[in-house]
Design a protein around this ligand. Sequence first.
Ligand code: DAH
Length: 328
Amino acid sequence: MLEDALGAVSAAADLQELQEVRVRYLGKKGLLTQQLKGLGALPPDERREAGRVINEHKAAVEEAIRERRAALERAALDEQLAREAVDVTLPGTQLPQGGLHLLTMVTHRLLDVFTALGYEVAVGPELETDHYNFESLNFPAEHPARDEQDTFWTTDGRLLRTHTSPMQVRYMETHRPPFKVVVPGKVFRNEAVDATHEAQFHQLEALVVGERITMADLKGAIDEMASALFGAGTRTRLQPTFFPFVEPGAEFAIYWTHPRTGRQEWLELGGCGMVHPNVFEAVGYEGVTGFAFGFGIERLALVPYGIPDIRSFYQGDLRVLRQFRGAL
Ligand code: DAH
């Protein structure tokens, strides 16, 4: 039986088979176990010797099983290591790398320009109240901009801000002049979407308040921005127009060389003016003057890069977006 048992142990091809051999010989009803149990039936003078021999064989089988198990475990580990080995010489998987959106890059560029001139950067809520978006900015009650056609109203009477100008008032309410601040952000207009109009776009707002701030300072700020973006000495112009929250109000344009056509032309950018006395009154400011301007950021990205359709900014088409990776 010992020889059979040892033979079975070394023939066991895996741990499962080895366990079966163990049960067959050493289990509760195993062949060797039964031999031990049968000792009682032997004449007393043979018991001692028989017991010694059986126990010796039992120990030998146990030892053989231990060795076989160790060998099988080692083999299993070797096999696993070989199977899971990593070939470090194989070419790696190229992970796609993200990049900043062109609009984000243009916005960062603008913020760099203004923070270098000492402006703070502030942001405000996209969900606004009629008070901040219109009322405090001196919009008369019947002003057409309040029309449903232009403004997205929520069912509880709030609205998606139609411009970043409401942050002028929010900022003045929480700060003391003098200050210089710029506010980038999303704005929303309820209008027909086409190649040059989106229901959502971005603006940059600037507000400077202090003693004796003048229209010349406004012109100077716009000149500084134009020079920083398009080169020293870039010309700008202001043409009178009406915005309820400034007086006088103007629209401004930058004279630049179109990068594609090479032609010089005026790029109409946005609105500006001197902060209206009614706006200062609404926030309790006295003895100060200030200027403000605001413009759409998309235009600054669309025109220089010759992007024909504003909607391509928001469609997430990687073929479009990749072309501007690292552009700025
Ligand atoms: N908020 C205006 C708009 O969205 C633009 C604007 C005009 C901003 C005049 C200003 C300003 O700060 O002074 O059309």
